[in-house]
Design a protein. Structure first.
Length: 326
């Protein structure tokens, strides 16, 4: 028995040392629920190390990521010297609650927050991203989460995903291991660069058709305002107000095809908008309804603006916020 245990420990130690020797060539371990989240956390850590606090922080989903050029706000609003866009694609309000309060605020301490929202952020009938967020190594709560993070001192545990993924090993061998931290100027940290891969007209049309199907079958499927989503929204706004952080909720621009994609059509979208407007104003947040601020021709798909319209929208929003006294 003791010989077996000794042999097992020797094998385990050998494997640990072997992985440590290879660690610099392995993909960066993904501790957060997405690569985008991990990249932003790294950026915010760098900003914190340099003593930078955010004057204006944007949160939301990919609509905010793709439609907001944060740097434009630095040139329009007089006391905004550092603006950041920490939106996370593929999330809903419960994820935003944990992300903002537990990851963003402690690192960059925003003075003002703009929360860009749309109906898909509140849909209780779709798959909930909070499940993945709650089970990611960096954000899992409770004893299991603490133990999992403690096990991160082991190279075997830290690199467990890569070690059991043949695709990752193929990328390692070809010199293309994934990394989520990249050197760049401080002004480009926690700021999304707007842009898309170029597509032919035919490929763009196919992409739009595929995206519409995805919106209907996944993002707006069985649409209903989830109580957990609404509670997370309300609670987060209340926390920000209590902490003296100014908040504006922006109803993000959408094309008419997005409204029609709701099971109940445009009327269902309008009912959602009325509900969240009442909820936000009840928590002392200012609400800007930009849902129809851009023409259908400004959209690349059924959610996101093209690059030039996104910059135009960002400039207009910056001017509106400045006019509000921001």
């Amino acid at each position: 028995m003791w010989q077996w245990i000794a042999g097992f420990l020797v094998i385990l130690l050998g494997a640990e040392l072997g992985v440590r020797a290879l660690a610099n060539h392995l993909p960066e371990p993904l501790d957060y629920f997405s690569g985008q989240a991990q990249t932003v956390v790294h950026d915010m850590n760098v900003l914190r190390q340099h003593g930078i606090r955010s004057d204006l922080t944007f949160i939301g989903t990919s609509m905010v990521r793709r439609d907001i050029d944060a740097n434009k706000f630095e040139s329009v609003i007089p006391d905004v010297h550092w603006a950041h866009n920490v939106a996370l694609p593929g999330t809903q309000t419960p994820v935003m609650q944990r992300w903002l309060l537990e990851e963003v605020l402690p690192r960059i301490h925003p003075k003002r927050v703009v929360w860009g929202v749309s109906s898909l952020d509140f849909n209780g009938g779709r798959d909930q991203a909070i499940t993945r967020y709650d089970t990611a190594r960096a954000t899992e709560r409770g004893l299991l989460g603490e133990l999992d993070r403690l096990m991160g001192i082991s190279a075997l545990s830290e690199n467990r995903t890569a070690l059991r993924d043949p695709y990752q090993w193929d990328r390692v061998m070809s010199g293309h291991a994934v990394t989520y931290s990249h050197p760049r100027p401080l002004g480009d940290r926690a700021v999304w660069t707007l842009g898309y891969n170029r597509l032919s007209a035919a490929r763009l049309a196919r992409m739009r058709a595929t995206h519409l199907a995805y919106v209907k079958q996944h993002q707006l499927v069985n649409f209903r305002v989830g109580q957990a989503a609404l509670d997370a929204f309300r609670s987060t706004l209340a926390t920000l107000h209590r902490d003296g952080i100014e908040v504006a909720v922006v109803v993000m621009p959408v094309p008419t095809g997005y409204l029609a994609a709701h099971p109940g059509g445009a009327a269902q979208y309008e009912a959602w908008k009325q509900l969240i407007t009442q909820t936000a104003t009840g928590e002392s947040a200012q609400v800007i309804d930009d849902s129809r601020a851009m023409p259908d021709s400004a959209f690349r798909d059924y959610e996101h603006l093209l690059v030039a319209p996104a910059r135009e929208f960002s400039l207009t929003l910056a001017q509106r916020l400045a006019a509000m006294g921001w």
